[in-house]
Ligand binder design. Structure first.
Ligand code: ATP
Length: 299
């Protein structure tokens, strides 16, 4: 049995179809990234899993059942957690543990364990208002895990952090995932690649991809020619050809040209480089990265 089964999930706001007939499942011990550009519908899906928002259609089952008490089952770190800044980290966890009906004796021990896990033992008696962004986010993880939920859901857990806070958080999540089942949303591909087993790519409410990262890369990767030469804006538009070229992406002095067929594309591109007398610095055939696959799909 899987831990979460989502079938035919739909959400409309008025006439706006925000989530369009989505199916996915999460198995025990998996770490799954929900990826999508701004407005794709990631937060809406998470809110429906948490019962904050009601679906327009479809079904959400936890361990095969529609649970009424989702708070016991799920630990949740929102996109913008808000804390009382006058509370200490420990006081917040006592408060949250109380809401989850953990008895006092077990709670004391659980708080010590969880503060140790997230690296906040030394700051437990400091007011949250004095915490850095990274410390607040780690406290957010601690409150989400205090009642030992079966599923940890996080909405953009690292996006707002500086590079050091982000690295700390990724390392913490790598450790937590060894013993947890995790679903988190992000628009940062690299984080998904580093942490996850499976990815769900969402665009405009539709699920475009649902699978293990390696499979997704193998099944969707397209060959791409890299051409580097000065004044890319002037020559790249002349390489448009619907029969041969799928798309062209320009960055700096580089054009990434996706072709429909490698042999035909190579010959045609070389002919054009010669015709245009391009002073090329590089001509190379590479495979797309996950980020490039994502960008192509959500365009
Ligand atoms: N309460 C609401 N009423 C009407 N439309 C909404 C509401 N909440 C979200 N939407 C719309 O639903 C769509 C999906 O929004 P959602 O916040 O789920 O996207 P997201 O992928 O989480 O984006 P982001 O990465 O920016 O957080 C957007 O077009 C948004 O404007």
């Amino acid at each position: 049995m899987n831990i979460l089964q989502v079938s035919h999930l739909q959400k409309n706001y008025g006439d706006h179809e925000v989530i369009k007939n989505i199916d996915f499942q999460i198995d025990y011990g998996e770490c799954v990234a929900l990826l999508g550009p701004n407005g794709a519908g990631k937060t809406t899906i998470i809110k429906m899993l948490l019962d904050i928002t009601k679906p327009t259609g479809g079904q959400i089952l936890f361990e095969g059942e529609c649970h009424d008490q989702k708070r016991q089952f799920i630990g949740y770190l929102p996109q913008h957690p808000t804390f009382y800044s006058w509370m200490t980290g420990k006081e917040l966890l006592v408060f949250m543990g109380g809401l989850s009906n953990i008895d006092k004796e077990s709670l004391e021990q659980r708080i010590n364990e969880i503060l140790d896990l997230v690296g906040l033992s030394n700051a437990e008696n400091k007011q949250i208002g004095t915490y850095s962004g990274g410390m607040k986010q780690r406290l957010g993880i601690a409150q989400a895990l205090i009642h030992q939920p079966k599923l940890l859901i996080m909405d953009e857990p690292v996006s707002a952090l500086d590079p050091i806070g982000r690295r700390d958080m990724l390392e913490l999540l790598k450790f937590i995932k060894q013993k947890s089942t995790i679903l988190f949303s992000t628009h940062i591909l690299h984080d998904a690649e580093e942490l996850c087993d499976k990815i769900l790519i969402l665009n405009q409410g539709k699920l475009l991809v649902n699978g293990y990262i390696n499979q997704v890369i193998n099944q969707n990767q397209q060959p791409v020619f890299i051409i580097q030469a000065p004044r890319v804006n002037e020559w790249a538009p002349q390489l448009v050809n619907e029969d041969i070229v799928e798309s062209i992406v320009q960055t700096g002095s580089i054009a990434k040209v996706h072709v429909k067929n490698i042999e035909q594309g190579r010959t045609w591109l070389l002919d054009n480089i010669y015709r245009l007398k391009l002073p090329i610095q590089k001509f190379e055939l590479v495979q797309e990265s996950l980020e490039e696959i994502f960008l192509r799909m959500v365009k």
